[in-house]
Design a protein around this ligand. Structure first.
Ligand SMILES: *Cc1c(COP(=O)(O)O)cnc(C)c1O
Length: 378
């Protein structure tokens, strides 16, 4: 807190102790030498080098969605063999970079992408390890998750098209088939979609084996959610429940590995966006707290209607209802409407909690705005 009082704002604050406790909780469920389970970190959630360094120190692999993320993961100490490269639109340059680095697997999302990776691998004289990203068509939408696993989504290969793609793959000599990759969505708080995913994998496994291919690995993506409303009561997700769901429902063959790619669940709770109150403005119907952070620093409220818990770090007297808004010239630049806060004044410091995932990583320089130096609790 003392450290924050003098902070230049807006800035991100990361509690690296909480991050280490979170990773220790993961390691209690899945030790680094687990014979079958492999945990990767989805770098897109937060690519801060110190956070990546903590992931690498725990022996986590990295799930990357661009050449830039692959470079950062390697720089942070993640061995190339533990890096997977996903995404619907990999460029030739990124594929070459990944091939030369010797990454563990390309998660391929279409037939044309298979052909391009095969050709580029041939040119470089390497074999490319590939997994097929399959669209499992699991409707997580009815549960208001952020879904990616439905047929109308752009991600992955539709189930009916899979046998055809497998036949193409078998004819491509510079590719080495590793297995399948699925990711059903984000901020998932109940375990049934994951149990359903395990059933879907069992069916897929039969389809693929019928084509004469063997699955070395199964990658079930990420998506485990966190408690945005009560970050202090629930700072660490229930990893026991999550991993035990897979231990119960997934029947792995001898020697197969199961890969997890967690993003939000690992980093969201360790980060806060720290903002200073610029003005308290009385409208006719509303009172506005105008802060020096905006959608440029934390876009989730504007983009997904997400709510982050807001705390006034410097005042605790009284109570009032405010809309908390940023300075950016967009009506959507609003963090919260009708938020109950202590009486708030110009100069107060606010913390927007649970902002460690998809916060800083999605920040932009719109309006020529800039974040101030990041602070850490080490
Ligand atoms: C975004 C993403 C993840 C991580 O999602 P979280 O909800 O942050 O856990 C994992 N895998 C893939 C393929 C992704 O696109």
């Amino acid at each position: 807190m003392e450290q924050l009082r003098e902070a230049a704002t807006p800035c991100y604050f990361y509690d690296l102790q909480l991050l280490r406790e979170t990773l220790a909780a993961v390691r209690r469920e899945v030790p680094e030498n687990d014979p079958a389970f492999r945990v990767h970190y989805a770098v897109k959630a937060n690519s801060n080098p110190r956070i990546l360094g903590e992931m690498a120190a725990q022996g986590l692999g990295a799930d990357c969605v661009s050449g830039g993320e692959i470079e950062l993961a390697i720089a942070a100490g993640v061995p190339a063999g533990r890096i997977v490269f996903a995404g619907v639109g990999k460029t030739d340059e990124e594929i070459e970079l990944a091939l030369r680095a010797g990454i563990g697997c390309f998660n391929v999302e279409s037939e044309p992408e298979l052909l391009v990776i095969n050709e580029l691998a041939g040119r470089i004289g390497k074999k490319a390890p590939v997994a097929l990203r399959v669209n499992p068509n699991i409707d997580a939408h009815t549960h208001h998750y952020i879904t990616t696993g439905l047929e109308e989504n752009k991600f992955g290969i539709n189930l009916e098209l899979l046998p055809g793609v497998l036949r193409v793959l078998k004819g491509l000599e510079n590719l080495e088939f590793q297995g399948i990759h699925l990711h059903i969505g984000s901020q998932i708080l109940t375990m049934e979609p994951y149990a359903l995913l395990c059933e879907r994998v069992a069916e897929l496994q039969r389809t693929i084996e019928a084509e004469g291919l063997e699955l070395k690995s199964i990658n079930v993506g990420g998506g485990l959610g966190i408690d945005y409303e009560n970050p202090d009561a629930n700072p660490i997700p229930d990893f026991r429940e999550y991993f035990s769901t897979f231990r119960r429902h997934m029947q792995l063959r001898e020697g197969q590995t199961l890969h997890f790619e967690l993003g939000r669940a690992l980093v969201a709770q360790c980060g806060s966006l720290i903002a200073r109150v610029l003005y308290v403005k009385e409208g006719t119907a509303k009172k506005f707290v105008i802060v020096d952070a905006g959608m440029t620093e934390l876009i989730r409220p504007a983009l997904y209607g997400a709510h982050h818990r807001i705390e006034n770090l410097t005042s605790s007297e009284g109570e009032e209802t405010y809309d908390v808004v940023g300075p950016v010239c967009e009506s959507s630049d609003c963090f919260a409407t009708d938020e109950r806060l202590p009486l708030t004044h110009r100069g107060d410091l606010l913390a927007l909690r649970s902002a460690g995932a998809y916060g800083e990583a999605m920040s932009s320089a719109y309006n020529c705005r800039h974040l101030r130096p990041t602070l850490y609790r080490n």
